[in-house]
Ligand binder design. Sequence first.
Ligand code: NAD
Length: 740
Amino acid sequence: MEIRKVVVIGSGTMGSGIAAHLCNANVPVTLLDLTTEISEKARERIKQSRPPLLIDKAKINNIDVGNIEDDFNVVKEADWIVEAVVERIDIKHNIYEKIFKERKNGSIVSSNTSSIPISVLSKKLSTEDKKDFCITHFFNPVRYMDLLEIVKSENNDLQKINTLKKFCELSLGKGAIICNDTPGFLGNRIGVFAMQIAMTEAFKMNLSIEEADATFGRPMGIPKTGVFGLYDLIGIDLMADVLKSFIKELPESDEFQKVAKEIPLVKKLIETGYTGRKGKGGFYRMNKIDGKKILEAINLETGEYAPSEKINIKSEKVDLKALINRNDKYGKYAWSVISKIICYASSLVPGITDEFNDIDEAMRLGFNWSKGPFEMLEEIGVVNFFDRIESYEGNKFLEELAKTKNEKFHGIRQKYTDIETLGKVKKTATNVDGNSSASIYRFNDYNIVEFTTKANALDYDSMDALKKATDKPLIIINESMQFSAGVNLTYTMEFADKGDFKSIEKFVRYFQETCKHLKYSDHPVVSAPSGLTLGGGFEVMVQSNFVASHTNIVVGLVETIVGLIPAGGGCKEMLARWLDTQEAKNDPHYAPMKVFDIIGYGKTATSPVEAEPLKYLRPKDKKIMNRNSLLDVSKKILTENQDFKPPKETIFNLPGKEVKDKMIVMLDKLYNDKIILDHGMVVAKELAHVLSGGDTNIDKSLTEEDLYKLELDAFMKLIETKETQDRIKHTLATGKPLNN
Ligand code: NAD
């Protein structure tokens, strides 16, 4: 059977997210709710959503809307019916009765419940109907969260479950993991437990919330929101409901019960409207003092707020062994939290799943951890773990492992999918090389470079690894979310602070040289971006020979926002792309003016559909829904291009002063209207100089080297100004640009 038409019932947060994502996969979908007005409003919310739920906003009307009284006959035609109504069993039972009366024979029916067991949901169904009923637990926001838990029962037609799994994997791009019918399934059972452990241990060990978040965050391979930040993000009241549901569903003896008890401070926060970011604030809040916004953090003992302290525990890289061996409160806290998570997760195998491997992957896909509990155990070292752990009595998994002390018990990754993923392939590399900013995996017939810095920011070492890896066909791809957020500005500013501009110049030159090498080396280079692909990250991608892009990509040249201009070939490549159009052939001003507008405003695109009109991506670049497939598609590109010949160098004929004057007239108007301010003018004029070709005219041919030189000179002029340095520092400190 094939899934060609879907009906989603319930158009709230989840129903609308699921419908939008089906629309992303070009599957006709109808969204039903109690009234058409509610589902129409949901469609409007989808349209306005940020980050956008739709890859292509123009397709919004491909989502049909209606109500469950007048339009229920659409269920007859659907191959899959997803129920996403409120978490109330009576309401869900009523809906199932209606669905199973109306649906066509053999269609799949699933619930998006987060807490009701399948046995309870399907209690009133006939044995025949139970064959086609399962749980499909999506995470919010549906487009961006990769985890999908599929819960089956012993009554299911397994072939059908497999069809659904394949559809969700390949068409919707989800990491679909099959799990047993237990409370919270895999992701929430372990993820929420981990949050509760991180929180209760912080109380017990007298850590401030900033200290806990600085430890239970990047140093553990966990997103930097930490635990208290994540609580605020999810909603403190919502978390309280989730905990109540776990307390109700889990047996008294479950370790979860000990950490799920209501905490007086949390109760008080909810009662006073401090429900997190959506409320007045939560563990953190923004306060205005003398007209200045100040981030404050709560004191766990007194409940009072004080300005939040920046904690740097000096552990930039994930190194769990070093972290738990630290002889300070951070080390002790880390060991306590990690060991408890490992003990709890392992105690649940095989009850919640036969594959412990799936727990790790659920944490990766659903909570963005870089490693799950079992991989953490392998990293810490099995012998090391058993030397330190005090008790694991009754934990069958650990008791078995204690017998073998097998340091390599984990085995292959991502067992839940048949796709040949980067996670799987990395482990089979015959030879691994690299440096502190990137790893090179070497195989017989190709290389892989994976960036390994924070947000995959690029520095001299990243370039070194890329250059070194072009001795064979090369795929540039990352397992972590971002392809690259751009050049490492902290690294650049370290030189600027010392007045060492020579080193910055050397780095930019090396960046240019490497990108040129990527483009013209004898072997094909494929970039497989996903997530942030900005600034320098974009420049690496755009100077690769082929691109296989994930559909969740944020791409663009954003340098002007920090007072710089793209200098790694970004201006050059964008000019080349826009010069290669009919319009540019008719009008020599067309390409420079277009690129001036795009780079000048630091425009970004949030999907390939938005990226193509800007020419950040080309129609021939591959666009892929499932991030797991990026490697497979990249490898196919290499196979199809075995007789690869590097491209011919581009020649640029640019109008010079003529078009630069035109740009400056435009800038003067923006300046007079106070849309751009003093330093904005300086930056824009440098950009105008580069994009017009500098001191040239339309009959003069410029080479790529000429363009690189123009970019470098403009970049160096700007980085030497105090205003640009202030902008960079402000952005590094706050994560936000200075306005102008
Ligand atoms: P929601 O409150 O945002 O939306 C529920 C929708 O159901 C509302 O639009 C409501 O009008 C509609 N509804 C109520 N009764 C109905 C009926 N009889 N027929 C048709 N529509 C009806 O809820 P949500 O957050 O989208 O959650 C939906 C389901 O997904 C729940 O089972 C929840 O447990 C689960 N879930 C939620 C999240 C999350 O983060 N919000 C994550 C995973 C799973």
